[in-house]
Write a protein that binds this ligand. Sequence first.
Ligand code: GDP
Length: 435
Amino acid sequence: MFESLGNKLQDILERLQREKTLTDAQVKAAMREIRMALLEADVNFGVAKEFVARVSEKAVGQEVLGSLDAGQMVVKLVHDELIQTLGGESKQPTLKHEGNVVFMVGLQGAGKTTSTGKLAKFYKEKGRRVLLVAADTQRPAAREQLRTLGQQVGVPVLEVANGETPQQTKQRLQEALQKDFRDLVIVDTAGRLQIDEALMDQLADLQRELQPTETLLVVDAMTGQEALSVAKTFDERVHLSGLIITKMDGDARGGAALSARFVTGKPIYFAGTSEKLTGLEPFYPDRVAGRILGMGDVLGLIERAQQADLQNMETKKAEDFDLEDLLTQLRQIRKMGPLGDLIKLIPGMSRALPEGFSIDEKQIQKIDSMISSMTLKERRNPKILNASRRKRIAAGAGTQVSEINKLVKMHEQMKDMMKMLQRMSGGKGMGALGA
Ligand code: GDP
């Protein structure tokens, strides 16, 4: 997401930065282009207009024109304004010590049930005792989906019965909580393909009974501006406290995410970034702005590394770096997410890579299976890999001996490279390489 918008904005800003000083006309022309780029990304008209007006006003007010680093200053103004448009400071649902009830609402297909499972995982990992409630009284399949997610995350799921009234649900919930204390209840409500009055009434009734502390709307980034008119309707009936925008990993143009705060007045709490349970991230306007402008997201990268629990790779000397170490590192890095996505978090990278760039995950899988077919002794000491061993390993990994030869050679080259880099950095181990 944001790829096309990001590229356009970066182009415009790069041109400005190349100029020594800027004239009024140049800034005006750039602002017109920025406005076009925003509109093409499906950003709400009012948002685009205000965005450009604010940047222009500041550019004039701060006497950017004629100053030596005028281009730089405009980049900063655009960056700051992007952050503001996305919501400024990052906001999260307010959770009390106990008695938290989070209400999840949204249209069918938006990703509501998936996001409910992701939230359960997110908060469980933060030490919360979570109970999920599958509150769709009409669709058993929806309840079953949540039951499966509950099992995967390892949290209990209370399922409402067909045709159960909100009063009955409340009663059963209270009973369940008396038996098994939980400090966070997340309620997955019914969804429909379109807004309908009956659904809204039903949600409002259940909301009145359960008195949620937060009501979160799940919207699909792919539906663009439509998502925001849906949000307004939901807000009128069930007063939203915040939004979760899903499918940010897709190729949506980004307009919904960029306009959400302005159009709905609600903060984006979380972004859905994959179909998997791990694909939920707190939404940080400053990091997203950085990604759009190709400035990277170093903090995001570090966080993913921490989540993946990257072990200390610092102490290994190049000559001791064996195939077992290579395998461990490959697996740890893969835990951080798709490699193509990770690379784009590195500042400047998204710009430096050719369009449509991707890393062949299959190749990495292949290396993994080749090393996995070796005995520990072989991994620790690749020198013993004679012809018959290579043949056995190739058969085990379902590949050719020539591939094993390539792997052994690649490992040798890696060691040479590491040795050289370690010499250059004064022999401080791999940490000095930024590994
Ligand atoms: P619900 O009807 O709103 O409960 O929607 P579901 O939770 O069943 O999700 C609908 C579809 O969207 C499923 O195929 C999900 O796997 C998918 N989905 C949900 N969130 C995301 C996301 O953040 N990224 C991607 N790529 N797919 C998602």
